[in-house]
Design a protein around this ligand. Structure first.
Ligand code: 0RA
Length: 649
């Protein structure tokens, strides 16, 4: 066997291996088809792909520890204590199984039929994809007393799989360095992004320990930055983490774990005092943003069980209005996690589960868990039903308020908000609207803009904190009504009275422009919270941007330059030498119209940050934290992160 491997050379490849190579070439030619994109997301996706394999090994019961290390050069090392990728001869391919796993697209762990393989799904393109998109990758396997190794360049083996020693350890180590020719935007890993995914994985797969180590940053004691994620209670703890900034209505998290019709189902939920519905669903550890059959099963089970209980308890007897499905989910945070052998993913972003059989499984699980809970906790049951009744009441009030917004918008041909300085261009795809904090900055922006395609909507002071307001209050708020009307966004379509109607969106770029200080950041965050909770599709479709005004102007004689950071400022000062004058911009108001145009509004020179939702769970938690009552963590977060956004042109 090993002799055969030593004979390795390119000409020895069987027809299938040549096809494999072509597969790898295809990944390099069309990376987005495999990993979504080649930006920040795709870069991080590589890590998830490799870790998925270790998670599978853990789910099969053979691995407890996984570690992910960000190395100093931004390469990644993952290590697990599983059985190790098999290294013996793969009969069909004529090479080591390790090589097949690493170089054949879609090979995965297919040759091990017994293993419980469910992770992957949407991502499940396999570690070979990561290999194809890496400048260099090294796989080391500790298996059956031996250590084996193979290295690759852009997915091509540099030598046959070789034995490099003996060991009493078990496991697989993979180190890869993403190819700069593929990932042209950035090669830098975000600790926070990886941490939130590893945390999520630890909650979704209880019992597994995941270490994250960042070798780029040392702590004072000389050790590296990092965290260890481990959850004994899984989703129950996930809910507590998610809702840490909200006030629970009941003391316990309601949870279910089991198998229904052959589908492993885990559900956890709790009601809180907020008005937002926070449902997060997963299939095979992948967040299903667009929901699907598991989520509709959850909703059905919840509505049915609670309604039945409320009816039987007589609490609805004197009710003058109907209760709708939505009312059962106000102030509800829930996580649904299912494992599906052959998931069918649908929808725009392929994150909607299509498998019909899953719906009944989840619905049954929820009915069972809730029925038990309500019977055993009559006090909590009463609190929950009362909350539902209140929600129904508020919904009726909100409906009236929404109809007002809608009527205003329908009549809005010529009925745009008085404060809006509109642009002359009619094609929405060319139009931008700047939401500007304060009337004075609004005035400057109005003078500075290009009126052809840039509109200005000044907003007065702090806008309503939607995180803490009931929805009819939101629709009654003047500034928010102005945003709806100015943007041409209405609520209610034929199928769904609450759905967002974006067909008349008047601007494809909606730019939040606030002062570059802590208050400005807070206001920007309030506006973002509104978009996140009430116009999420605008965010998801990439319409929301944040303007980045400069922090400093450095001048010397006739020379002047703007700076967006302290480092940039210092560099310019150094360049200019003695006598450089520095002006610190505390707010937009300190700039004149021309300066604002030059630095912040002119598409040729400005930098705007596109707001993206990287991780729905994390975004939800962050917004609830930012808008909650606890001030210190919020200040600290805002100062540190400014805003949850990615850099874009
Ligand atoms: C297929 C079969 C077996 C192990 C694995 C795959 C495996 C893959 C990865 C990827 C990262 N870590 C991993 N650990 C294990 C083992 C089959 C056997 O031992 O019988």
């Amino acid at each position: 066997m090993s002799e055969k491997r030593e004979e390795f050379n390119k000409d020895n490849y069987s027809a299938d291996s040549i096809q494999a190579l072509e597969g790898m070439e295809h990944v390099r030619m069309r990376p987005s088809m495999y990993i979504g994109d080649t930006g920040v997301r795709g870069l991080h996706h590589l890590v998830y792909e490799v870790v998925d394999n270790s998670i599978d090994e853990a789910l099969a019961g053979h691995c407890d520890n996984i570690s992910v290390t960000i190395n100093e050069d931004n390469s990644i090392t993952t290590e697990d204590d599983g059985r190790g990728i098999p290294v013996d001869l793969h009969k069909k391919e004529g090479v080591s199984a390790l090589e097949v796993v690493m170089t054949k697209i879609g090979a995965g762990g297919k040759f091990d039929k017994d293993s419980y393989k469910v992770s992957g799904g949407l991502h499940g393109v396999g570690v070979s994809c990561v290999n194809a998109l890496s400048d260099h990758l090294k796989a080391t396997v500790y298996r059956k007393g031996e250590i084996w190794e193979q290295e690759y360049e852009k997915g091509k083996p540099m030598y046959p799989v070789k034995k490099i020693g003996d060991t009493d350890k078990r496991g697989t180590i993979v180190t890869f360095k993403p190819d700069p020719a593929i990932f042209t935007q950035t090669l830098e890993y975000s600790y926070e992004t990886l941490a939130s995914r590893m945390r999520e994985l630890a909650y979704l797969n209880k019992g597994i320990t995941i270490h994250l180590i960042d070798r780029r940053h040392k702590k004072e004691d000389g050790s590296f930055e990092g965290e260890t994620f481990h959850s004994e209670e899984g989703l129950k703890e996930f809910i507590k983490f998610l809702d840490g900034n909200r006030e629970p209505l009941t003391r316990e998290v309601i949870a279910f774990e089991g198998e229904k019709n052959g589908v492993p189902v885990e559900v956890a939920m709790v009601y809180n005092t907020s008005y937002a519905e926070n449902l997060h669903s997963y299939v095979n550890n992948i967040n299903t943003h667009e929901g699907g059959t598991h989520l509709s099963g959850f909703r059905r089970g919840l509505t049915h069980t609670l309604k039945k209980y409320a009816d039987e308890s007589g609490m609805l007897d004197k009710l003058k209005f109907d209760i709708a499905g939505d009312d059962f989910r106000e102030g509800l945070t829930a996580i649904i996690s299912v494992k599906v052998q052959e998931p069918q993913f649908e929808g725009q972003t392929k994150t909607k589960l299509g498998n019909r059989e899953v719906s009944a499984s989840v619905s049954q699980a929820v009915s069972e868990m809730l029925t038990d809970y309500l019977e055993e906790h009559p006090e909590d049951a009463k609190i929950i039903v009362q909350k539902v009744i209140l929600a129904a009441q508020a919904r009726h009030a909100a409906q009236k308020a929404r109809e007002m917004v809608q009527r205003k918008t329908v009549m809005s041909i010529g009925g745009l908000p008085g404060k809006l300085s509109d642009c002359s261009e009619q094609d929405p795809s060319k139009c931008e609207v700047f939401l500007v904090e304060g009337d004075s900055a609004g005035g400057t922006a109005k003078q500075g803009r290009n009126r052809e395609f840039q509109a200005i909507l000044p907003l007065r002071g702090k806008i309503l904190n939607v995180e803490k307001a009931m929805s009819h209050k939101v629709f009654e708020n003047e500034e928010i009504k102005n945003i709806y009307t100015a943007l041409g966004v209405t609520i209610g379509t034929e199928e769904d009275s609450k759905a967002l109607n974006l067909s008349k969106l008047r601007y494809h770029k909606v730019v939040i422009m606030c002062d570059a200080d802590i208050d400005g950041s807070h206001i920007a965050t309030l506006i973002l919270t509104f978009f996140f909770r009430y116009m999420r599709e605008l965010v998801e479709n990439g319409h929301i941007y944040i303007a980045t005004p400069p922090l400093y102007l450095v001048k010397k004689g006739a020379r002047k330059q703007y700076a967006w950071s302290d480092e940039e400022r210092d560099k310019i000062i150094e360049e200019y030498g003695d006598g450089a004058k520095i002006q610190r911009y505390k707010g937009l108001g300190e700039m004149n119209a021309e300066q604002l145009w030059d630095t912040t509004m002119n598409p040729e020179f400005r930098t705007m940050r596109l707001v993206q939702i990287e991780n729905g769970v994390e975004a939800d938690r962050v917004f609830s934290m930012l808008m909650g009552d606890d001030v210190p963590p919020r200040r600290e977060f805002i100062e540190k992160n400014a805003i949850y956004a990615n850099i874009d042109a």
